[in-house]
Design a protein around this ligand. Structure first.
Ligand SMILES: *Cc1c(COP(=O)(O)O)cnc(C)c1O
Length: 403
């Protein structure tokens, strides 16, 4: 049997066709596929605006810049996430403050965040970065309510959750990242994520001002749009070439210190092509999750994610299917011997040497650390066959019985 990874992309003939047709077109970067991908993605998520960038980390960085994270600003996030969710705050000189997870959902615990806010003077914190961990949507309505009490912004790290949704208290279906509750949401198109573009990222928002800021930050802080120019023609009159009384065609302004975080047009074409199959892929992920649920929900040696939004309606996007077992290292090694490459998500960010240097220590977040001690992400991707999944389940059961 072929090696079975925890996650993997799927590339079809139409994906290849989409990419190769860009290679022979006039634009390799910032061509028509960028806007087409942004528009289609915004429509898929139900957000007003989307900005494509070079990767999910760049999306987080620009999002942090757009909400104006400044040196010393304190921002709250979860220790159980990819490091980039926290790092974006550090890129802007801000300070990361972690809060512990809910031991049932493995997501940032809103009660821990509330306690943190209550323990400090008003205006201590500037924002929250909740993560739709594993693909389970954060109850963003509750986070928005809390954030509003303290005047905080919210950046939703939705990298695991394109297509996930929850039902709010008014009975309205809210797709993760649709901009109704969070100010900004970000996604990644790394090959293990739902939509693969090689590398790539997206930021969604309903806020036009943030949207415009993101567009210029993505490309060096430069604008070519006359309506947005800061220099008036009167100011510009002393500048050679601008004395004609009109801005010449070449004129542009760098108004902010931005970056080159552009996505190439052929990556956008791949992302757009993959997006056409997003619903299919999500349905397959959910079917795989149901089969794992079936196999493990009554097994007392295995703990699965408890989905507390159950009483309302919701959809989990299943970037990951996480189980907790007592002998995680034993199971991990046993599966590897059988060509199954399960993975651990995540080593708690506060225990990374970089964050240890910022003052965080073992014991700071007991629930996150206990979770990390037992978690294992099982193979989860649309191309995983039923036979392969059964093989994975059988091997796990064999291991657990042998203990
Ligand atoms: C993948 C991921 C990122 C970063 O995305 P890249 O495209 O790899 O830079 C950020 N946050 C989370 C939760 C992720 O899973």
């Amino acid at each position: 049997m072929k090696p079975i990874p925890y996650g993997k992309q799927e590339i079809t003939a139409s994906d290849i066709q989409a990419v190769t047709s860009v290679l022979t077109s006039d634009y390799l970067t910032q061509g028509p596929n960028i806007k087409a991908f942004e528009d289609a993605f915004a429509a898929y998520i139900g957000a007003r605006y989307a900005v494509a960038v070079s990767n999910g980390t760049a999306a987080l960085h620009l999002a942090a810049m757009a909400v104006d994270v400044k040196p010393g600003d304190k921002v709250i996030t979860t220790p159980i996430t990819f490091a980039a969710s926290a790092n974006c705050v550090r890129y802007c000189g801000g300070e990361v403050v972690f809060a512990d997870i809910d031991p049932n959902t493995y997501l940032l615990d809103i009660n821990k965040v509330r306690a943190l806010l209550e323990q400090h003077p008003q205006n201590t914190f500037k924002g929250i970065i909740p993560v739709d961990f594993a693909g389970y949507p954060v109850d963003m309505e509750a986070f928005r309510k809390l954030a509003d009490e303290y005047g905080l912004w919210i950046i939703e790290d939705a990298c695991h959750a394109p297509g996930a949704w929850f039902t709010d208290s008014k009975g309205v279906k809210q797709i993760a990242g649709n901009g109704v509750y969070a100010d900004l949401a970000i996604y990644s198109f790394h090959p293990v994520k739902h939509i693969a573009a090689g590398e790539g990222g997206m930021i969604t928002t309903n806020d036009e001002k943030l949207y415009k800021k993101l567009l210029t930050l993505r490309t060096h802080g430069i604008t070519r749009n006359q309506d947005d120019f800061s220099n008036t023609l009167a100011v510009a009159a002393g500048i050679p070439g601008l004395e004609t009384g009109a801005f010449p065609g070449w004129y542009m302004e760098m108004q902010d210190l931005g970056f080159n975080y552009r996505l190439t047009d052929f990556q956008a074409a791949l992302g757009l092509s993959q997006l056409q199959r997003a619903d299919e892929g999500l349905a397959r992920r959910i079917a795989i999750a149901r089969a794992y649920d079936e196999a493990f929900q009554h097994n007392s040696n295995v703990e699965i994610q408890q989905l507390q939004l159950k009483s309302r309606g919701f959809e989990h996007a299943y970037h990951l299917y996480v189980i907790k077992v007592a002998d995680r290292l034993g199971l991990y090694n046993y599966l590897r011997e059988n060509n199954i490459y399960a993975q651990v998500h995540y080593f708690p960010t506060h225990l990374m040497p970089y964050y240890r240097e910022q003052g965080w220590n073992p014991g700071d977040f007991p629930l996150a650390e206990a979770y990390y001690g037992q978690c294992l992400s099982l193979p989860m991707y649309p191309a995983l066959t039923t036979a392969e999944q059964q093989f994975v389940i059988d091997k796990i059961n064999q291991f657990l019985i042998s203990r």
